[in-house]
Ligand binder design. Structure first.
Ligand code: ADP
Ligand code: ADP
Ligand code: MG
Length: 715
C-alpha cells in the first residue's frame, strides 16, 4: 500500500498576478439529448496543463482532484484543485506514471472521469483501458486507437490504406542492417532513421551518405532502447526544406469528426517545438481544405474519439505534405487553435467523454485572425538549449485579455525542479492577421520578465523579430539556419540602464535607512547619516557586466542642495572615461512597482530586480544583467559553492560532460559539468569567477547526491 495523504487545499487567491486570462465566451451547440457532464474529475498530470484543465472544469462547476509527487507539495495545480493527493516520490515512474496509485485516488474520491493531460500517461493505451475497466470515463481516445497510432510504422500502413500520403520509406519488420541500408539506397539519400516507438525527437538520425549509415543506425538504436525500451527503427526520405504542419481533429461517439484547421510548428530546437502558430502562413484555402480532409480521414481510419492531432511534414517547395504521426491527446499547443476558432477544447473534450455530440459542425467552424504561442522554457539557448533549474525569483507577465493568455503552473517563488519538463509557461497571443498578432507577440515577450533562472524569452523574441520569420518563411531548419542572428551576444549595458539601476539601489538604501530609523532597537539606525536629504553627497555604485567580468562601470550619484533630483555620471572603470552624465534625474516607483525616471529630457519606465548582488533591469534596451562589485571575502561564500569553495551534485546522477580542467580561470556562469539524471541533462554552472582547483569525476561516472564535483582555488 502506498501512503496517501488527504490534504484538502483551497484555491490560491493571494497572488497579485493573474495566472490565466479571463475566458472568452465560446460558442457551444446543445442538443436536447445532451448527457450531464461529470460532477468530479481527476487530473492525472501536473504543471501548466493540469491548471489549464482545472480552469475549464471550474468554469463548468465540475469538482477537481489533483495528484502530486513529493516534489510538487507546494505546486499551483495542488493549490488550485478542490482535493489533492500525494501519490509518491518525485520520479515520475513512482508517481505521475503509477496507474495503480492514480486509479486508487479516483476510486477513493469518487471521481467519474480522468483527464490525462499531455506527456506522462496520456498516450498509454493500458491506462486508457484500465480507466474504462474501472467504469470511469477516460477523457481521450480508446486504448485501441492509441495502439494503432502509437507505432510510427504500423500507423503508416493504416494511413496508406486510408489514402493519406506518407513519407516514402521503409517501415516494415525487417531490421537487418544490410537490408535497411539497401532500403536507404532505394529511397535515396539523405534519409532519416526514426525509432518506431519514438517521441520527443529521440532516436532520430539524419544520414547523408551510405558511408555513415551503419554508424547512425547504431547510435539511433542505442538511444531508442534507452528512451523507449525498443530499438526498432524505420527509414524514410529526409525532406531538406520541410515545414511541420499539423491539424487539430475532434471526433465524438456519434460518427462526427471535424478538423479545426492547421498549426505550423516549424520553429524547433532539438526536434522540439518552440513557437507554434495558427493558421499556417502562406497556405492557400485549397491546401488548407486538403490538409483538413486528410486529417479527418486519418482519424476516421482508427475509429478515433475526442481530441487528436495529425502531424504532417510539408515540403516547402512544392507544398506536398505527408503523414508523420498522430498524437492521441490534447497537444501542448492547442491554445492557438482555440484562439483562432473561438473554442474551448477542454470543454469539447468533456462533452465528448460524457457521450455528447461535438459542439460544432465543420461548416460552423471559421478562422478568426492569427495566433502565436511561445513555449517559455527554463533553458539556456546559448548553451545548446540545455535546461536550467532554480527558483522563479521574480516574475512579471503581460496583462492577460481575451487575446492574450499566459498558461502556466508556476508563479513567483516556485521552483523549476530537475525532476520534470523545463517548460515554465506558454504565452499565447491573437491578432486580426499575422502581422497584428506578431506585433502583439513581440510586445508581450518584452513584458514577460523572469529573474532567477535562464529562460528562452529573449531568444523567442529575436525569432519574432527576424525578417525571415516576419515574412512567414518558416521551415524546421529555421533555428539552426539563423543561429548566428538569433544567438548574437548581448550588447554592452547602456549608460542609461546603468544610471537607472544605480539610482534604484540608492533609493532602496534610503528606504531601508528610513525603515531602520523607525525601529528604535535597530543598531544600524544611526549609521546611514550620509543619506540625509538636502545635503550634497556622492554615492558610487560599481557594476560588473554579468556576461563579461572584465567590464566594470562606476556610477556616481550626487544629490543636490535641495530637492530629490540627482546628477548621475557613468564612468567606464577600465580607462576612467566618462560615458555619460545626466543632470536633474528624478525617479519614483509607480503602483506597478516600476521605476519611473525623468532622465535626459524624457520619462522612462524600468523594472529593476535585485537578488543579492545581482541586478537585472528590464527597460527599452531589453534585459540587462549586471552585478555589484563585491569584496573577495563575500565571493568566497557565494551561493552554490559551500564555504570550502566546492560544487556539489544536486542529485544522484551520471556525468555526461566535463568542460573545465584544473588550473583553468573561469567566469561566473561558465558551464562546469553536464549531468544526466531523470533522463534529462542538467548543467552545473560556476557560482563565481575564479580558478578551478580540482575536478573530481570524469565522463561516465555514477555519482551520489551531495558529492563534491569541482573545487575552486583559494583566492
Ligand atoms: P508535442 O508534439 O505537442 O510537442 P511531444 O510529443 O513533444 O508533444 O510531448 C508533449 C509533452 O509531453 C512534452 O512536454 C514532453 O516533455 C512530454 N513528453 C514527451 N514524451 C514523454 C515521455 N516519454 N515521458 C514523459 N513526458 C513526455
Ligand atoms: P517525434 O515523435 O519525436 O515528435 P516526429 O516523427 O513527429 O517525431 O518528428 C519530429 C520532427 O522531426 C518533425 O517536426 C520534423 O521537424 C522532423 N522530421 C520528421 N520527419 C522528417 C522527415 N522525413 N524529413 C525531415 N524532417 C523530419
Ligand atoms: Mg511529433
Amino acid at each position: 500500500m502506498f501512503q496517501t495523504r488527504l490534504c484538502r487545499q483551497f484555491t490560491l487567491q493571494t497572488t497579485s498576478k493573474p495566472l490565466y486570462a479571463t475566458m472568452k465566451t465560446t460558442s457551444i451547440r446543445f442538443y436536447s439529448t445532451r448527457n450531464p457532464l461529470f460532477e468530479k474529475i481527476l487530473i492525472a498530470n501536473r504543471g501548466e496543463i493540469a491548471c489549464r484543465v482545472m480552469r475549464t472544469a471550474k468554469e463548468l462547476g465540475i469538482k477537481t482532484v489533483a495528484v502530486y509527487s513529493e516534489a510538487d507539495v507546494n505546486a499551483q495545480h495542488v493549490k488550485m484543485a478542490d482535493e489533492s493527493f500525494l501519490i509518491g516520490p518525485p520520479p515520475s515512474a513512482q508517481s505521475y506514471l503509477s496507474i495503480d496509485k492514480i486509479l486508487n485516488v479516483a476510486r477513493m474520491t469518487g471521481a467519474q472521469a480522468i483527464h490525462p493531460g499531455y506527456g506522462f500517461l496520456s498516450e498509454n493505451a493500458e491506462f486508457a483501458d484500465r480507466v474504462k475497466t474501472e467504469k470511469l470515463a477516460f477523457i481521450g481516445p480508446s486504448g485501441d486507437a492509441m495502439r494503432s497510432m502509437g507505432s510510427k510504422s504500423e500507423s503508416k500502413y493504416i494511413m496508406e490504406d486510408a489514402g493519406v500520403p506518407v513519407v516514402p520509406g521503409y517501415h516494415g519488420e525487417n531490421q537487418d542492417v544490410q537490408f535497411l541500408k539497401e532500403q536507404a539506397e532505394k529511397i535515396g539519400y539523405p534519409v532519416l532513421i526514426k525509432a518506431v516507438k519514438g517521441g520527443g525527437g529521440k532516436g532520430m538520425r539524419i544520414v547523408r551518405s551510405a558511408s555513415e549509415f551503419e554508424e547512425m543506425l547504431e547510435s539511433s538504436k542505442r538511444e531508442s532502447i534507452k528512451s523507449f525500451g525498443d530499438d526498432k527503427v524505420l527509414v524514410e526520405k529526409y525532406l531538406e526544406r520541410p515545414r511541420h504542419v499539423e491539424v487539430q481533429v475532434f471526433a465524438d461517439k456519434h460518427d462526427n469528426c471535424v478538423h479545426l484547421f492547421e498549426r505550423d510548428c516549424s520553429v524547433q530546437r532539438r526536434h522540439q517545438k518552440v513557437i507554434e502558430e495558427a493558421p499556417g502562413p502562406g497556405l492557400t484555402e485549397e491546401i488548407r481544405a486538403h490538409l483538413g480532409a486528410k486529417a479527418v480521414a486519418a482519424a476516421r481510419a482508427v475509429g478515433y474519439e475526442n481530441a487528436g492531432t495529425v502531424e504532417f511534414i510539408m515540403d516547402n517547395v512544392d507544398k506536398q505534405f505527408y503523414f508523420m504521426e498522430m498524437n492521441t491527446r490534447l497537444q501542448v499547443e492547442h491554445p492557438v487553435t482555440e484562439m483562432v476558432t473561438n473554442t474551448d477544447l477542454v470543454h469539447w473534450q468533456l462533452e465528448v467523454a460524457a457521450g455528447n455530440r461535438l459542439p460544432m459542425l465543420q461548416e460552423e467552424l471559421k478562422l478568426r485572425g492569427h495566433a502565436f504561442e511561445a513555449r517559455i522554457y527554463a533553458e539556456n539557448p546559448s548553451n545548446h538549449f540545455l535546461p536550467d533549474t532554480g527558483t522563479l525569483f521574480s516574475v512579471r507577465t503581460p496583462q492577460p485579455s481575451a487575446d492574450l493568455r499566459v498558461e502556466t503552473g508556476f508563479i513567483e517563488g516556485d521552483q523549476i525542479s530537475v525532476h520534470y519538463d523545463p517548460m515554465i509557461a506558454k504565452l499565447v497571443v491573437r491578432g486580426e492577421d499575422r502581422n497584428d498578432a506578431l506585433r502583439r507577440f513581440r510586445r508581450a515577450l518584452e513584458q514577460y520578465q523572469i529573474v532567477g533562472l535562464e529562460t528562452n524569452i529573449g531568444f523567442v523574441k529575436r525569432v519574432a523579430e527576424h525578417p525571415e520569420f516576419i515574412k512567414g518563411e518558416v521551415e524546421t531548419g529555421f533555428i539552426p539556419d539563423y543561429e548566428k542572428d538569433l544567438l548574437k551576444p548581448p550588447a554592452a549595458p547602456s549608460a542609461e540602464t546603468l544610471a537607472t539601476a544605480a539610482n534604484a539601489i540608492r533609493l532602496s538604501e534610503i528606504a531601508q535607512t528610513q525603515a531602520n530609523a523607525k525601529d528604535p532597537y535597530n543598531p544600524w539606525s544611526t549609521l546611514h547619516q550620509t543619506f540625509r536629504l538636502n545635503m550634497r553627497d556622492t554615492r558610487t555604485v560599481t557594476f560588473v557586466d554579468s556576461k563579461d567580468s572584465d567590464k566594470q562601470y562606476k556610477v556616481e550619484i550626487t544629490t543636490q542642495d535641495k530637492g530629490d533630483a540627482v546628477d548621475i555620471k557613468v564612468v567606464s572603470a577600465d580607462d576612467g572615461s566618462v560615458l555619460k552624465t545626466y543632470t536633474d534625474v528624478q525617479a519614483q516607483y509607480n503602483e506597478q512597482g516600476e521605476l519611473v525616471s525623468s532622465i535626459d529630457s524624457k520619462q522612462v519606465k524600468s523594472n529593476v530586480v535585485m537578488d543579492g548582488d545581482e541586478v537585472t533591469v528590464f527597460d527599452e534596451y531589453g534585459r540587462t544583467e549586471v552585478r555589484l562589485a563585491t569584496p573577495p571575502y563575500v565571493i568566497a561564500s557565494a551561493k552554490g559553492a559551500d564555504s570550502t569553495g566546492s560544487i556539489k551534485t544536486p542529485m544522484p546522477c551520471k556525468i555526461s560532460q566535463v568542460l573545465v580542467t584544473p588550473g583553468q580561470k573561469i567566469e561566473k556562469g561558465t558551464t562546469l559539468v553536464v549531468l544526466e539524471a531523470m533522463k534529462m541533462e542538467h548543467v552545473i554552472k560556476a557560482p563565481m569567477t575564479g580558478t578551478i582547483s580540482e575536478v573530481l569525476y570524469s565522463v561516465g561516472d555514477l555519482v551520489d547526491e551531495n558529492k563534491s564535483l569541482v573545487t575552486f582555488a583559494d583566492e
